[in-house]
Ligand binder design. Structure first.
Ligand code: SF4
Length: 179
C-alpha cells in the first residue's frame, strides 16, 4: 500500500468558513481518509506543521504570528495552496487597509458602539499587528489558488482529488462562477 498523502491546513486572518466548507464534502471524507493523513489542522492536536505534501492556507496575513506560521508551512509543504478570497487577496479583513492600525484599535477597543471597559490590549504575548493585511503570495511563494468565499465543497473535492492523483487541478466553469 502506498504511503498516505500528508495534508496540513491552517487559518491565518480568516473566519474558518473555508475549513467548514471543506468539511461539507460530507461522506466523501471517508474516501479521502483512505489516502490522506492530516498533519497540523483543526482536526488534529499538532502544533507545528511537519513535512507535508500539501498545505492549505485559509486567510490573509495580518500579524507577526501569521507570518511565522505561513513561513513554516512554506518550508514544510511541497505544494502550498491559497484557499479562499482572504488568502488570495486579503478578503474582508483587508478592508482595514483603508485606515491606520491605530484607528482600527481605537474603534474596536475604545470608541466603538458597545465597547465596555475600554482598553487597547497590550499584553507582550500578543502578536504584533502588521500595518496592512496581506494576501499570502506577498509573503511566500504560492503554488495554487483555490477561489471562492468560501470555495464550495465540490471545489475542495475537485481540486484535492487532482493534486492527490498527481494531476494538474482544473476547475470547470460551473464551480467558479458566482452569479
Ligand atoms: S474566504 Fe470567506 S469563508 Fe474563507 S476565511 Fe475568508 S471570509 Fe471566511
Amino acid at each position: 500500500m502506498s504511503p498516505k498523502i500528508k495534508i496540513a491546513t491552517t487559518s491565518l486572518a480568516g473566519c474558518f468558513g473555508c475549513h467548514m466548507s471543506f468539511l461539507d464534502i460530507d461522506e466523501r471524507i471517508t474516501a479521502l481518509a483512505e489516502v490522506v493523513e492530516f498533519d497540523r489542522s483543526p482536526l488534529t492536536d499538532i502544533e507545528h506543521c511537519g513535512p507535508c505534501d500539501i498545505g492549505l492556507i485559509e486567510g490573509g496575513v495580518c500579524n507577526s504570528e501569521n507570518v511565522h506560521v505561513l513561513r513554516e508551512f512554506r518550508k514544510n509543504c511541497k505544494v502550498l495552496v491559497a484557499v479562499g478570497a482572504c488568502a488570495i487577496n486579503g478578503g474582508l479583513p483587508a478592508l482595514r487597509n483603508f485606515v491606520s492600525v491605530e484607528a482600527c484599535l481605537l474603534e474596536a477597543y475604545r470608541d466603538g458602539i458597545g465597547v465596555d471597559n475600554p482598553q487597547i490590549p497590550s499584553d507582550p504575548e500578543l502578536p504584533l499587528l502588521l500595518d496592512k493585511v496581506h494576501p499570502i503570495h506577498e509573503i511566500v511563494k504560492v503554488d495554487y489558488f483555490m477561489p471562492g468565499c468560501p470555495p464550495s465543497a465540490d471545489v475542495f473535492w475537485t481540486f484535492l482529488s487532482a493534486l492527490i492523483e498527481g494531476r494538474e487541478p482544473s476547475l470547470p466553469y460551473e464551480l467558479v462562477h458566482y452569479d
